[in-house]
Write a protein that binds this ligand. Structure first.
Ligand SMILES: [Zn+2]
Ligand SMILES: [Zn+2]
Length: 371
C-alpha cells in the first residue's frame, strides 16, 4: 500500500486544510456514484488515507511508525479497520445522512501512547517481567468520569431539547441534501454540564502516574513494537482508554550480538592451540559451555552450539550460538621461541625469508637503489 500522503498527493507537512481540500477533490473524482464502480478501490484508498491524516492523533501515530502503528504488530483490527462509506457522509455533512440521529455520548476514546522500553540482551532472549511508570490520563477519582460535581447531573440542552442535533439544508457535490448536524450549544451531547467537577474541570479524567506491568515476550528485537489494548490514556467523559504501544530497545551486550535468531560471538585462540586443537569454556546466556576446537582450526571457522540462541517469538524454539574463531599470532618472540619456530618450519619444509626489524621492504629498496 502506498504512503497516505502520496495517496492524497500532499506533502508530509500539509496543513489540515490542505489535506481536506486534496481529499474533497479526489473524493469527487473517484466516488463510485460519479466515476463508476471501477474507481471504488481508489476511492477506498483515498478515504482511508484521509481518515488517518485528518485525525491529529492518528496522523501523529502514522508519522511515527507508518500504518502498522495504527493497528499494532500482530492481529488485524485496530483503528479504522472498519472504515466504510458511512464515514464519508459524516465527514462531508457533519454527521447527517447515514448516522442515526440522537445525542452523542460525551465519552470519547483516549489517546494511544508509545513508550520505549530499554532491555538487556538476556531479557530479550528469555523474555522478562518489567514495570514501567507512565504519566497518563486516568479516570477522575472525584466524579468517576461523569464530569459533574458530585451530587449534580447534566441538564437537558434547551436549544435542541436533548436531541443533540438540529436539521439544516446543505449543498454538496451530490446536490442539495437535508442533513442533521450536531447542536452547537451542547456540541451534540444533548445535555449541558452546568456544574462541572472541580477536580478535573469537567473533563472526567486527571493526569496521574500509573505503573504498568509489561510482559516482554521472549525473542523480541530492537524496534519491535507490542500493542497493549486499553493501556493508553483514558478518554474524556469516561471514554474508553486508548492503546499503549511498547517499543523495545535492546542494549548492546559485552559478548554476544544478534543475527536473526542466532547469537554470535568471537573467541581468540593462540595459533598453537588452533593447530593442536583445544577446548575452551564459553560463558553463554545459559551458563558456561565447553567449546571444542579440533586440531587445525582456521581463523574464521565457525563453531555452532545448537539451541542456545534467541527464542523465536511465539514459537517456543530457539536459534543457535555461533562462535567465530579468531587465531592470534604472537607479536613478540623470544630467541628461544624463534629457534623453535625456525625448526618447525624446517621440519615442514616451509621456506622463510625472515624480516629483521629496521630492514623492511623500504630500506632494502633504498639499498638496491644505492641511496
Ligand atoms: Zn472529575
Ligand atoms: Zn443541544
Amino acid at each position: 500500500m502506498s504512503n497516505f500522503y502520496e495517496t492524497l498527493g500532499v506533502s508530509t507537512t500539509a496543513t489540515p486544510e490542505e489535506i481536506k481540500r486534496a481529499y474533497r477533490k479526489l473524493a469527487r473524482e473517484t466516488h463510485p456514484d460519479v466515476a463508476g464502480e471501477a474507481s471504488a478501490d481508489r476511492f477506498k484508498d483515498v478515504s482511508r488515507a484521509y481518515e488517518v491524516l485528518s485525525d491529529p492523533e492518528k496522523r501523529q501515530l502514522y508519522d511515527m511508525g507508518g500504518e502498522s502503528a495504527l493497528s499494532g504488530n500482530r492481529g488485524g483490527g485496530g483503528a479504522g479497520a472498519n472504515f466504510g462509506f458511512t464515514d464519508i457522509f459524516e465527514t462531508f455533512f457533519g454527521g447527517g445522512a447515514a448516522r442515526p440521529s440522537g445525542p452523542v455520548p460525551r465519552g470519547r476514546r483516549g489517546q494511544d501512547a508509545i513508550v520505549t522500553l530499554n532491555i538487556s540482551l538476556p531479557e530479550a532472549v528469555f523474555g522478562a517481567q518489567r514495570e514501567i511508570t507512565v504519566n497518563t490520563a486516568v479516570t477522575c477519582p472525584t466524579c468517576h468520569g461523569s464530569c459533574c460535581r458530585p451530587g449534580t447531573s447534566p441538564q437537558t440542552c434547551s436549544a435542541c431539547q436533548g436531541r443533540g442535533s438540529v436539521q439544516r439544508v446543505a449543498n454538496s457535490f451530490l446536490g442539495q441534501i437535508m442533513t442533521t448536524s450536531p447542536c452547537s450549544v451542547c456540541r451534540g451531547h444533548g445535555t449541558i454540564i452546568t456544574d462541572p467537577c472541580t477536580e478535573c474541570s469537567g473533563d472526567g479524567r486527571v493526569r496521574s502516574r500509573r505503573t504498568i506491568n509489561i510482559d516482554v515476550p521472549a525473542g523480541v528485537e530492537s524496534g519491535n513494537r507490542m500493542r497493549m489494548p486499553g493501556y493508553g490514556e483514558v478518554g474524556p467523559g469516561n471514554g474508553p482508554a486508548g492503546d499503549l504501544h511498547v517499543e523495545f530497545r535492546v542494549a548492546a551486550h559485552d559478548v554476544f550480538s544478534r543475527q536473526g535468531d542466532d547469537l554470535v560471538c568471537s573467541v581468540s585462540v593462540p595459533f598453537t592451540a588452533a593447530a593442536l586443537g583445544t577446548t575452551i569454556t564459553l560463558e553463554t546466556l545459559d551458563g558456561p559451555r565447553d567449546v571444542t576446537l579440533k586440531a587445525g582450526t582456521q581463523a574464521g571457522d565457525v563453531h555452532t552450539i545448537r539451541g542456545l540462541g534467541a527464542a523465536r517469538i511465539h514459537r517456543g524454539t530457539r536459534g543457535d550460538v555461533k562462535v567465530f574463531v579468531d587465531v592470534t599470532v604472537p607479536k613478540k618472540l623470544s630467541e628461544r621461541e624463534k629457534e623453535l619456530l625456525r625448526e618447525l618450519a624446517e621440519l615442514r619444509g616451509e621456506e622463510i625469508h625472515e624480516v629483521t626489524p629496521g630492514a623492511g621492504i623500504f630500506s632494502r629498496l633504498k639499498e638496491k637503489m644505492g641511496l
